[in-house]
Design a protein. Structure first.
Length: 307
C-alpha cells in the first residue's frame, strides 16, 4: 500500500518516522520538490495512494477524484481549510489532525513577530550588517493592549505569554469560554473594538467563509497608526491588497506575517517593505513541535488505515 507525505519538515529531525511507516508495510512517496505541491502535482502523486500525511497542499474535490483508493488523511497540523471535508465525508475518508502538538511553538512565534516588528529587529540587523550603526527609535510592547482574535489552544497560550509583559488583553472568539477568560483576565471584545483599541493584534482563528478577510480595509482604517498586526494562522484571514496599501502608506506601524494567501506571494512590493517581517509558514517548525506532529500524524494514519 502506498502513501504520500507532503510536509517538508516531516521526519527532518526524526527520520525514524519513515521507519515506522515502512515497518507497517507502507510504501512511502515523499514531496521532494522543496515547496508546496500544486493541485496538478497532488493528483499525479496521490493517484494510487491509500493514505496521505498532508501539509498545506491542496486536497480539493478534483484531487480527491484522482485518488480512488484514498482511505485516510492525516493532517500535519490543525487547519483543515485546504481539505474538501464534504467530499471526504461522502467517500468515507477519515480525516485527522495533530491537535495541540504545535501550539506552544506557534504561540512563541506569534510573540517573536510582535517583538521583531515593534523593535524593528530585522531592519536593524540588516543595517548593522552594512556597518550602519545608526539608532532607530521603535515602539514598546510591555504594558500595551493586545487583541487576540481566536482563543483556541494557541490563542490562550499567547494570552498566557502576554501576562509576562503586563499587557491588557482583549479577546474575541465565536465560542466564548467565560470561565477561562475570567481566570486569565481577558476582556471580551468584538473585532471592531479590538481593531480600534489594541496596540498589537494577533490572529489565531480558523479560515472559513465567515472569517475570510476578517481584517479588511475598513478594519485596517480603524487601527492606530502605531498598531502592529500579526498572523500565524492563515493568509486568507487578511485582505492582502488592503494590508499592502496600509503598510506602504504607513497607516499602521507594521505587520508580522508567517502566512500568505499564496506562498510565496507574487507581488514584489511585499519584499521591499521595512515595516514588515515575513515568515515562510514556519511558526510550528521547531524540533519539538515537528517531532510531536510527526508522531501524532503517523499514529493517526496507521490507526485510520487499520494498521
Amino acid at each position: 500500500m502506498k502513501i504520500l507525505v507532503t510536509p517538508r519538515s516531516f521526519g527532518k529531525t526524526n527520520p525514524e518516522l519513515f521507519d515506522r511507516l515502512t515497518q507497517a508495510g507502507l510504501e512511502v512517496t515523499r514531496n521532494d520538490t522543496g515547496g508546496i505541491l500544486s493541485a496538478e502535482q497532488m493528483r499525479a502523486m496521490l493517484s494510487d495512494c491509500v493514505g496521505v500525511i498532508l501539509g498545506v497542499d491542496p486536497l480539493d474535490a478534483s484531487v480527491l477524484a484522482a485518488a480512488p483508493s484514498l482511505k485516510a488523511v492525516a493532517k500535519y497540523g490543525v487547519g483543515l481549510d485546504n481539505i474538501d471535508l464534504d467530499a471526504c465525508q461522502e467517500r468515507g475518508i477519515n480525516v485527522s489532525r495533530t491537535v495541540g502538538a504545535n501550539s506552544q511553538a506557534v504561540a512563541d512565534y506569534a510573540f517573536t513577530l510582535m517583538l521583531m516588528v515593534a523593535r524593528k529587529a530585522a531592519l536593524i540587523d540588516r543595517r548593522c550588517r552594512q556597518k550602519n550603526w545608526g539608532k532607530i527609535t521603535t515602539i514598546d510592547l510591555y504594558g500595551k493592549t493586545l487583541g487576540i482574535i481566536g482563543l483556541g489552544a494557541i490563542g490562550k497560550l499567547v494570552a498566557r505569554r502576554a501576562r509576562g509583559f503586563d499587557m491588557r488583553i482583549l479577546g474575541h472568539d465565536i465560542v466564548w469560554d467565560d470561565a477561562w477568560a475570567t481566570s486569565a483576565d481577558v476582556e471580551r471584545a468584538d473585532v471592531d473594538r479590538i481593531c480600534r483599541e489594541a496596540d498589537f493584534i494577533t490572529l489565531h482563528t480558523v479560515l472559513n467563509d465567515e472569517t475570510r478577510h476578517i481584517i479588511n480595509d475598513r478594519r485596517l482604517s480603524l487601527m492606530k497608526r502605531t498598531a502592529v498586526l500579526v498572523n500565524t494562522a492563515r493568509g486568507g484571514l487578511i485582505d492582502e491588497d488592503a494590508l499592502l496599501t496600509a503598510l506602504k502608506e504607513e497607516r499602521i506601524y507594521g505587520a508580522g506575517l508567517d502566512v500568505f494567501a499564496k506562498e510565496p506571494p507574487d507581488d514584489a512590493t511585499w519584499y521591499g517593505l521595512d515595516n514588515l517581517v515575513m515568515g515562510s509558514h514556519c511558526s510550528s517548525s521547531t524540533a519539538g513541535a515537528t517531532a510531536a506532529m510527526g508522531h501524532m500524524a503517523v499514529d493517526n494514519l496507521l490507526r485510520d488505515l487499520g494498521l
